[in-house]
Structure formats: structure tokens, C-alpha cells
Design a protein around this ligand. Structure first.
Ligand code: ACM
Length: 468
């Protein structure tokens, strides 16, 4: 009899657990939804607050830097963490539980529970391309809100590309006067940019939510918008328009002293605006045709004893990586930066697959995994959606949920990231459609390891997030 009772009790606790809606799913939850702690906000004074926040230093090792322990019992709410970040994440979880159980805004009601929670990965990233289509400051802030809902902590902001330069640089006004605007095939204008004031506002908004913004200034490829503004940045010096078509463009930065000086001056302003320890400097999809025609590049190859054009690209990236390190920053580059050599400090973001990431990790470099077949949110989710370009594959929800950035348990792998390119995403409705609910699957994969897909789908249904 006793045995049967305890089985019944366990079943009840199990069912109750499934009812608790927290994103991402915490590492450990026990909950008893037959007992509640509740109070009326309006009747509580600071003195007899039902909250008890504790910061423990590094006493509770299991929680790490970002974890928290939450208990709700008769005596109130206890939240324990090693840092303010942990306390903050604990508060986010409390808010989600209150939203679920409290009948009115003035009532705070939570079931008795114990949650022990901490992330699997230190780097939990999401990217947004605002170059192919521009999105307003307000939309970027909503995007950051979605990140917080999933306890993601790095926002990779893709600010420059062929089709638009989106960050005001005081020293080079044409970057935005010319480079932020393009004429579409039908004659209409598309464009926009963020002023430095906008950027400071967004950086602060993110920082208040424990999100670090990593700006990306692309080089040496994907730089047509900058070349349209200042043609001397390319080896040909040709005057070009900001392109209105996609793909890989031939007009790229030339590895000359004047171009390097330009990029250093740009990065000076970027580093002033972004407190992030990391700056992304691109490095993907660099066609070398213009370099092959250039006497400046020929001279550089000879002077630096560079054997091929991949080594010229490495020289380019290394020059900028070294400059950033003098400013106390570390650079991140797309997987192609492993081809002609690899700077020691550089963090590699593996996107074509995992090959470049594993290669870099084997050399001891830090790595972020963002393999496109799992992590590209511009790709369609199912055959119901249109495949907009030949390079796309299906990236269904379950695949994202089961994303494991570190299959080989390498300590160099900091975590994972999903990328949202916007060549074919020209409006907000489409942006959210591509993002949700996959961002929830990403959050769970990176936080607690995507352990129960069926439970996750039920949770998405309850949150009315499933795409119908
Ligand atoms: C990329 O998707 N070209 C990094």
C-alpha cells in the first residue's frame, strides 16, 4: 500500500512538473502544485518582503557563473546565485511562473518548488542580418526580448554587407550617406542605418538584459556598400552602386595600407560603442579575382612571402585581429578564416558545417558552432514553406531542438548560435515567423541540452507558439 501511494505521489509530481512552463527548461525541477505561496503585492512593504535573494560568491560551484537555485515554500521565495547574472536569470524564471499561476497582476502566486538551474554552454548566441533588409531600432529591441525569453546571452549584430552599411561612422559619413541606401530593381529605395545614439541605446537595452552585443564589420568580402561609398577601398577602384541582388560580390577590400587604416579607424569607433570583449570581422565568401589583378597585392605577396591568396586573406585577418587585440578585444571570424593560417587568439564561427570549427578547436582556438543545416533560421522549417534560394535546406524545429554544438566534448567549443539572414525576409511578420518557435528550441538546446522534445512541443502549444 505504501509502495502504491509513493508511486501515485511520484506520478502526481511528474504531472505537475510537466505543467510548469519555463523557457528554457531548467536543469532540475521538482514542483508540488497542490501547495502555493502567495501574497498581494499592494499589501507588502519592503520590510516584510517575501523574497529572499542571496548571492553566495563562488560557494555553490554547481551553479557556476550564471546559474541559480530557486525554492518556494511556506516561508517564502529563496533565490540563491553566485553572481548578479544568476540572480537575474532566477528572477526571469520567477516571472514566468508568476505569469502562469497568478490570477491578477496584484497577486503573486507560485507553487512550492525547487529549481536548480545553470546553462550547459557559456555562449548562447543569436544573429540578425540588418543589411539585406533594414530593421528599426524598435524591432531590434523586440528581437533582444526574444533572446531574453530564452536566456540567450550574445547578440551577433551583422551590421555591414554588400547591400547596406548600417552603422554611423563619424569619420566616414559616406558609409551611411551612400552605403546605407540601394535602388531596388523596381526603382524604389531601400535602406536605413543606426546612429551612434541609437546604438548606445540598444547596447544599454541589451546590457540590462544580460545580453552582450557582438557587432560584425565584414571584411575583406561582403563589402560592396563600403566600396560604393569609397571606391579607393577596393583594388580596382571602380565606382559601383550598392548592389540590389544577392550572392557573392567581386568588389572587396584591398589589402593596402590605406584600406587597413580605414578599417582601423572604423573599428576605433566600433570599439567605443560596443563594450563587448568580442568583435566579429567576417572573413567568409571572399572571391579573390580583384586581388589577382592587383599590383598592390602582388607586391604584398612578395614582401610578406605569401604563397597564395588564402594566405593573403589570412594576412588581412591577422592584421585586423592584431589591431583589435591592442585594444583589448578578441576577434571572431567565419569558418573560412582557418584556410590560409589561423591567428592564435581568433574565435572561429563554424557555419558551412562543423569542419572548420573542429579544425580550429584541434589547434586550440575557441569555437562557436553555427552549422547552417541546423542553425540557419532563414531556411524553411518544412515543405509547407517556400525554399527561397537554391542553397537552403529544411531546418525543422526538432532538428534545432536536438542541436548539440559539442558532439566531441572539446573544451574549446564555447557554445552555439543560430543565424537569421534576411535576403528573403523583407518584413517583420516574416522575421518573427522564421524566428519562432525555433529560437525556443535553440534556447533549450544550449541551456539544458534539449532532453525531451515531446514535452517541448507541448510547451510551445501552451504558449501558442507553434506555426500552424
Ligand atoms: C555565411 O552564411 N555566409 C556566414
Amino acid at each position: 500500500m505504501k509502495h502504491i501511494l509513493s508511486i501515485l505521489l511520484l506520478a502526481a509530481v511528474g504531472m505537475a512538473q510537466a505543467q510548469l512552463i519555463i523557457t528554457p527548461q531548467p536543469q532540475q525541477v521538482t514542483v508540488d502544485t497542490t501547495k502555493f505561496f502567495s501574497y498581494n503585492r499592494e499589501q507588502i512593504t519592503m520590510k516584510n518582503s517575501p523574497y529572499n535573494f542571496v548571492t553566495l560568491g563562488t560557494f555553490d560551484k554547481q551553479l557556476g557563473k550564471e546559474g541559480y537555485r530557486l525554492e518556494v515554500k511556506e516561508s517564502g521565495i529563496l533565490l540563491v546565485a553566485n553572481s548578479n547574472i544568476g540572480l537575474y536569470y532566477g528572477q526571469q524564471t520567477i516571472r514566468q511562473i508568476i505569469a502562469q499561476f497568478s490570477p491578477k497582476p496584484e497577486i503573486v502566486k507560485l507553487p512550492y518548488l525547487t529549481i536548480v538551474d545553470y546553462p550547459q554552454y557559456a555562449y548562447r548566441g543569436l544573429h540578425l542580418d540588418v543589411c539585406r533588409h533594414f530593421y528599426s531600432k524598435e524591432v531590434v529591441m523586440q528581437y533582444i526580448d526574444e533572446m531574453l525569453r530564452n536566456k540567450l546571452n550574445y547578440f551577433h549584430w551583422h551590421l555591414t554587407d554588400d547591400q547596406g552599411w548600417r552603422i554611423e561612422i563619424k569619420r566616414y559619413p559616406k558609409l551611411t550617406e551612400v552605403g546605407a541606401w540601394r535602388t531596388e530593381a523596381d526603382g524604389s529605395k531601400h535602406g536605413g542605418y543606426y546612429t551612434q545614439d541609437d546604438i548606445r541605446e540598444i547596447v544599454n537595452y541589451a546590457r540590462e538584459r544580460n545580453i552582450t552585443i557582438i557587432p560584425e564589420i565584414e571584411m575583406p568580402g561582403h563589402s560592396s556598400a563600403a566600396v560604393a561609398a569609397y571606391p579607393w577601398l577596393s583594388c580596382s577602384g571602380d565606382e559601383i552602386e550598392v548592389p540590389n541582388t544577392y550572392g557573392i560580390k567581386k568588389d572587396i577590400f584591398c589589402p593596402t595600407d590605406s584600406t587597413f587604416q580605414f578599417l582601423k579607424n572604423v573599428l576605433d569607433e566600433v570599439c567605443e560603442l560596443f563594450p563587448s570583449p568580442y568583435i566579429h570581422i567576417g572573413g567568409d565568401e571572399v572571391p579573390k579575382a580583384q586581388w589577382k589583378q592587383s599590383s598592390a597585392v602582388r607586391a604584398l605577396k612578395q614582401k610578406e612571402n605569401l604563397k597564395n591568396y588564402e594566405q593573403v586573406q589570412h594576412y588581412f585577418m591577422k592584421t585586423m585581429d592584431s589591431y583589435l587585440s591592442t585594444k583589448g578585444k578578441r576577434s571572431i571570424g567565419w569558418g573560412e578564416v582557418t584556410r590560409g593560417g589561423l591567428s592564435e587568439q581568433m574565435i572561429v564561427m563554424s557555419w558551412r558545417g562543423r569542419y572548420a570549427g573542429n579544425k580550429a578547436a584541434n589547434k586550440g582556438n575557441s569555437v562557436i558552432m553555427a552549422p547552417r543545416f541546423t542553425c540557419y533560421f532563414d531556411y524553411p522549417q518544412s515543405s509547407k514553406d517556400k525554399k527561397q534560394a537554391w542553397w537552403m535546406t529544411y531546418v525543422p524545429l526538432e532538428k534545432v531542438y536536438k542541436f548539440n554544438p559539442n558532439k566531441k566534448n572539446k573544451p574549446q567549443i564555447l557554445g552555439g548560435q543560430a543565424n537569421l539572414w534576411t535576403e528573403y525576409i523583407s518584413n517583420e511578420a516574416q522575421l518573427w515567423y522564421q524566428l519562432k518557435p525555433r529560437v525556443y528550441a535553440l534556447g533549450e538546446a544550449l541551456w539544458s541540452g534539449g532532453k525531451d522534445y515531446d514535452a517541448f512541443v507541448k510547451k510551445m502549444e501552451k504558449l501558442q507558439l507553434l506555426n500552424k
